[in-house]
Design a protein around this ligand. Sequence first.
Ligand SMILES: NC(=O)c1ccc[n+]([C@@H]2O[C@H](COP(=O)([O-])OP(=O)(O)OC[C@H]3O[C@@H](n4cnc5c(N)ncnc54)[C@H](OP(=O)(O)O)[C@@H]3O)[C@@H](O)[C@H]2O)c1
Length: 275
Amino acid sequence: MKNETITFIGAGNMTAALIGGMLAEGLSAKQIWATDIDQNKLDALAAHSGINVTTESDKAIAVAEVVVLSVKPQVMQSVCETIADAVKVKSPLMVSIAAGIQTTTLNQWLGASLPIIRAMPNTPALIRAGATGLYANAFVTEHHKGLAENILRAVGIVLWLQEEKQMDYVTALSGSGPAYFFRIMEAMEQAGESLGLSHEVARLLTLQTALGAAKLAMESSNDLKTLREKVTSPGGTTEQGLQQMDEHDIDELFKATLEAANKRSQELAKQFGES
Ligand SMILES: NC(=O)c1ccc[n+]([C@@H]2O[C@H](COP(=O)([O-])OP(=O)(O)OC[C@H]3O[C@@H](n4cnc5c(N)ncnc54)[C@H](OP(=O)(O)O)[C@@H]3O)[C@@H](O)[C@H]2O)c1
């Protein structure tokens, strides 16, 4: 990102995380604008980060090469219709981080044929450990892709998708994924307590084990199956524990979990598209 100016529409949690990451990567605060309906939120963000803020979205869009749509899906249509004239003048790259809203729907609301990149980050982006799926529509250039990568890479890893329908799969896997791991960790913590550990000991052992396992898998050249086999000695404790997981068909559980989340993502996309 050299001299491009980026404008965020919506100054909420995700915008604050992305801006924090971009500044930490060395981007100048002068290159970043944020607009919101809430002046207090903008003032807090400006005080914390030094970026430019305004409640007048047209003013912030007029200077932008990239406009990041960072509002809740429920208000996206009215936001797009409000900014439509300003974006038509400038034709910036649009980056939407709202779940479920398709690029054709966004262009319909904007009344234009703009380059749009959809991004599906997840909540660990708030601590710069996110995983983001990206999809580009047909108007996006390689230069645009580099700009979007620079924004999202500041808060974690990014992966490009070839088909827009894969955004629903990403939503089901990594978008909702942190909640699945929280649920598994809750169950492990409770099971540790049931065995007789204190809440605090069970909690910390669970969290550090999850963190360590993910870090080991990320840094290892072994696949997950090999890593699992390496900690499973024949006749040992892990083997007995894993046998229970297989008897309760953990593969089927996760297949059903992701299928249900994917189905809901598709339903929501359809609902927004029709609104
Ligand atoms: N948080 C995540 O981990 C995560 C992950 C993936 C995707 N996303 C997506 O990222 C987007 C932003 O999420 P968030 O968590 O940052 O939401 P958020 O904290 O609610 O931020 C959205 C901001 O936009 C403001 N806003 C509402 N209407 C507006 C308008 N007409 N013009 C300008 N600003 C307006 C909101 O103000 P009010 O609060 O006054 O309404 C709020 O400050 C959402 O679409 C969400 O689905 C979030």
